[in-house]
Design a binder for this molecule. Structure first.
Ligand SMILES: Nc1nc2c(ncn2[C@@H]2O[C@H](COP(=O)(O)OP(=O)(O)OP(=O)(O)O)[C@@H](O)[C@H]2O)c(=O)[nH]1
Ligand SMILES: [Mg+2]
Length: 213
């Protein structure tokens, strides 16, 4: 749920990267951090294990353009992918305005992708934030892998035929489509917010974080 601070004239939206263990959620934030100007983003805070697995979450604030005289900020989070950190995942998902589901394209990770998607749905239900009210984009990451599953197979497993989620095929390690994916979810979140406070006309929704990458 967007946080509006009338004193500082800021609106903050929470975007959470969820998805399959080791699919590249943290890598997305690291890339965004590396490409944005320091004036446009804060530090990337990561709480990780010795082997670089996300232990609690990653967090990075990003400032976008202004909407209606207010500064739009995006608080980007990742959840820990490891199965036994479900309570933490559920906590980090609370209050999300938008989600990126990061799937691993490797052919031998399809089962994990599916289980992770199911776990996300359960957590959203338990948080009383059903997906109908929450923008979600799908990221098929690691498209560089020689054994990457065909997109159609990932669609069949993870997308829904009626009202399909937007899909981005990414190579987060090299930054391919990382900003396209973030911009897409940010735009949907901004449009929803705009519609909720000023039903018509649609304007000023171009405040998503952008880069030339
Ligand atoms: N080949 C390939 N490897 C990638 C890509 N993106 C990330 N990786 C690698 O995948 C591994 C896991 O990346 P992380 O970003 O830590 O994954 P995560 O989803 O945050 O992992 P958890 O937080 O433990 O669930 C790392 O070795 C990354 O370098 C990609 O596009 N292609
Ligand atoms: Mg991580």
């Amino acid at each position: 749920m967007a946080l509006v601070n009338h004193q500082t004239r800021e609106v903050t939206f929470k975007i959470v990267y969820a998805g399959t263990p080791l699919s590249g959620k943290t890598t997305n934030l690291q890339y965004v951090h590396s490409r944005l100007d320091a004036a446009q983003r804060g530090d990337l805070v990561s709480v990780a294990t010795a082997s670089d697995r996300t232990l609690y979450f990653d967090f990075m604030p990003v400032t976008a353009n202004r909407i209606g005289g207010y500064a739009a900020k995006f608080a980007l989070y990742t959840v820990p992918g490891q199965v036994h950190y479900n309570a933490t995942r559920q906590l980090v998902l609370r209050g999300a305005d938008g989600l990126v589901f990061v799937a691993d394209s490797a052919a031998d990770r399809l089962e994990e992708n599916l289980e992770s998607a199911r776990s996300l749905m359960r957590n959203l239900q338990d948080n009383a934030t059903p997906l109908e009210n929450l923008p979600l984009v799908l990221q098929y990451n690691k498209r560089d892998l020689p054994d990457a599953a065909p997109r159609a197979q990932l669609d069949y497993l993870l997308n829904r035929p009626e009202q399909p989620f937007p899909v981005f095929e990414c190579i987060a390690q090299r930054g391919v489509n990382v900003f396209a994916c973030l911009n897409a979810v940010s735009q949907i979140v901004l449009r929803r917010f705009h519609d909720s406070v000023a039903p018509a006309p649609r304007a000023g929704t171009g405040a998503a974080p952008t880069t030339t990458a």
